[in-house]
Write a protein of this length. Structure first.
Length: 190
């Protein structure tokens, strides 16, 4: 305990009987020090996460896993997949894919098609695309893409005779512009 060497005096008379009008105040250093010490201890305890358990306040990093799978049949452009309605993943070719966002054990995942491919128009369907992350990467999500087909039809009327055989010829032209894709042309002869 720290104490001042000067006495505390308030209007006290000295040995000679005169009033000294000086007021000496001792600083209560001990009280200020106690409050500061308690405050520092509370800050340190909060920084350690409450001081319960493990000593040192640090914890092991959480293990996370990826979600991915395989796309088959993709020939079009513009396919975009999502996991849990976020984290857009553009897929440009058939093969393996993996989302960048990692998930912890027990987290749910749900892979969906956000944007279907075009040029040519395709329909992609996700199978085994939802579940719960276990203790390894998810690699079994399957996305199967099929090219949309067109139906040609019509009605023939006032036909006389027999032996009518419809003939459909599909001619594929190579588009020499930027995409270098096949452009089908249909011709129906009867």
């Amino acid at each position: 305990m720290l104490q001042s060497s000067k006495p505390i005096c308030r209007g006290m008379r000295s040995d000679s009987g005169d009033v000294r009008g000086r007021v000496h105040a001792r600083r209560n250093v001990q009280g200020s020090f106690s409050y500061a010490l308690v405050g520092l201890m509370l800050i340190a305890l909060a920084a350690c996460g409450g001081g319960s358990g493990g000593g040192g306040g640090s914890s092991a990093p959480m293990t996370t896993y990826t979600v991915g799978g395989t796309v088959t049949g993709l020939t079009g452009t513009g396919l975009v997949l999502q996991d849990n309605a976020s984290g857009d993943l553009a897929v440009s070719a058939a093969g393996a894919f993996t989302f960048a966002t990692r998930l912890a054990t027990g987290a749910a995942y749900a892979v969906t098609v956000k944007t279907q491919p075009s040029s040519p128009t395709q329909n992609c369907v996700v199978t085994t695309g939802s579940g719960t992350v276990a203790t390894s990467n998810v690699t079994n999500v399957a996305v199967v893409c099929t090219t949309a087909s067109s139906t040609i039809g019509g009605v023939v009327s006032e036909l006389t005779g027999s032996g009518l055989e419809p003939y459909v010829e599909v001619i594929a032209h190579i588009d020499t512009d930027a995409e270098k894709s096949l452009v089908p042309e249909y011709r129906l002869e009867i």
